[in-house]
Design a protein around this ligand. Structure first.
Ligand SMILES: [Zn+2]
Length: 233
């Protein structure tokens, strides 16, 4: 009887405080974790991690040399994923970022291609924007991946020296112009040849990742792989 106590206690707690689905807020069944089955099947998974030269890889390699690239989801303007990303980025629900980050980590491990990485670099927010939001969403994902992949996070490898205007309203060419020279490799970060995983939350045109890659690779033989939560292609 004593052996079953935690499960009994958990069931008792859930009567009064039922766990809710992150997507639709309905109470979760005992076998559901974070999302109900209904929401789970509506998540637009890419399965890019199973194909080396996937669509994201092809788009990124036009901008800079990469080893591997993957996105967990196709971005959608509406639906469960859009709701989750909104809660994570704009409502500060960091536990959603942790859950999605763990899901992305499972993909990377399953793929077998994201090995021999020396560390993880999150796309930095400008300090003013980070103060306003309270956290950097890419850094939170990077920390979750680092724990699962057992490699370090280099949060200060890049500095964002320009507080770019909201990129969502700009076209592809203007986005590239806006983020050009927005990043610098931190002078204290090693320029020795190594393989880094660059992380962002949403890929749109590749302008931000290309600007980060340019800064990291300047006068250095750093190799890059890319992982993002969602991509618009
Ligand atoms: Zn749901």
């Amino acid at each position: 009887m004593k052996k079953n106590s935690p499960a009994v206690l958990q069931a008792f707690i859930e009567i009064f405080f039922p766990r809710q689905c992150f997507g639709c807020e309905t109470p979760l069944k005992f076998y559901e974790i974070n999302l109900c089955l209904d929401c789970q099947i509506r998540m637009p998974l890419t399965s890019f991690h199973k194909t080396k030269k996937n669509l994201l890889f092809q788009k990124l390699e036009l901008h800079f040399p990469i080893e591997n690239a993957t996105a967990l989801f196709h971005f959608e303007k509406e639906g469960v994923l859009a709701h989750l990303i909104h809660l994570f980025k704009y409502q500060g629900m960091q536990k959603i970022g942790l859950f999605l980050g763990e899901w992305l980590a499972e993909n990377l491990i399953e793929s077998g291609s994201f090995q021999n990485l020396n560390g993880i670099v999150p796309v930095p927010l400008h300090p003013a924007k980070k103060r306003k939001r309270g956290f950097n969403q890419a850094e939170l994902i990077a920390n979750t991946l680092a724990e699962k992949l057992k490699i370090p996070v280099y949060s200060h490898a890049l500095k964002r020296i320009k507080n770019t205007t909201a990129l969502a309203h700009l076209g592809e060419i203007n986005r590239h112009k806006e983020v050009q020279n927005a990043f610098l490799r931190n002078p204290s970060f090693s320029s020795k040849p190594q393989h880094l995983l660059l992380i962002d939350d949403v890929f749109t045109t590749g302008a931000t990742l290309a600007a980060c890659a340019k800064a990291l690779r300047k006068n250095s033989e750093i190799k890059l792989s890319i992982a993002v939560l969602a991509c618009r292609l």
